[in-house]
Design a binder for this molecule. Sequence first.
Ligand code: MRU
Length: 421
Amino acid sequence: MSLEAIRFDRNARSLNILDQLLLPYATEYIPINTIADAHNVIKKMQVRGAPAIAIVGILSILVELDHYVDGKFKDQSFYDLGDFANFQNQLIQRLEYLVTSRPTAVNLSNAVNEVIELIKSTKAKSIDELYPEIFKYGCDLIDDDYTNNVKLGDHGKDWIIKHLENEGFNGKFSVLTICNTGSLATSGYGTALGVVRSLWNHAKSFTTSNEESNQEPATKKSKPSGAHFSKVYTLETRPYNQGARLTAYELVYEQIPSTLITDSMVTYLISSLAKNPDSPPIKACVVGADRIVKNGDTANKIGTYQLALICKQFGIKFLVAAPKTTIDLKTPHGDQIIVEQRPSNELQNVSGGVIDIQTNEVVKDSKGHAISGKVGVAAPGIEVWNPSFDVTPHDLIDGIVTEDGVITKKDGEFDLEALFV
Ligand code: MRU
């Protein structure tokens, strides 16, 4: 079973999210009962990743309204339960507040805008009648996200393999990725990490075919050749270390061949592998996205832009993998994206499991729970600049991988509108 960032019980209508600040040393789920709870866990980054944020945000509406349906709502002060029109306006206000939790990822605001449209245009005359409509929207959001991730993972895999084979490359290759874009950032499977997962599944079957070809001559099948995945190098992703904490955790859990590097090692890694004929070279870089605007400029985790520049220098294909829910056609150019600034202490301090210096193991309390702690790593008083994302210009992006396929540029420009006709 893949890792579960979001636990939504459709019968009990309960929502719990995995506290990603405690990973990889402790696995604890936090109950979400209200829209305010969702705002809080999104802002604190206990749940993170553009699709996961949207799903938790939308499901929080359901659990909040479910308290009304259950009659547990009587002490609340934010809804006028006696007047449905007032209730609709108040719910819309709460959704507008939810979107302020994190500004850069567009999936949440895209989904919230659709729910607001649903609330405005509904024929429902009561909360009881409106509830099933929002319930269906939330369930479809999770289900579609999963299905679309699998599709885009396979499209990205096919594109990379085909591209390499057209170039005449037939051996093992490695890929790069940054941040976390796997099951923990989505409803499951993942976006960029979904492409990696599909590449790994392809490589596993390739290995099996090769093994079969070692049979006795009478039964020997023709030996397949072709480009296939060897391993993924995952960047640590400073300052919040989503690569080291989350991607690495997921890759180990899924047993996908992988190596962790710091963000500053990429250039040396690529050039070292290129000089060593025994090491599968880096042939592609796949990243996720928080917002892809109309011209293809892409906001993603800080460090993505410099990764794209390095790939350009080495002629490595650079792909952005995201569902269509991450596309923002209303914003024409990347300069118009609001990039979230995070608190300075996220850069000045490193947090994680406390490690015993003798054993190198995480220290546990008397109940066996991992103890977490914070270590200061910056000079007190230093000014800090801590943007959570950067914006990669579309000219550095070779392809945008969605559930509909891989879009490439014609005459240097992406036509993302074509995805929505
Ligand atoms: O700040 P985070 O951890 O929410 O940032 C996440 C990323 O930048 C991801 O790469 C992006 O959201 C894609 S998630 C499938």
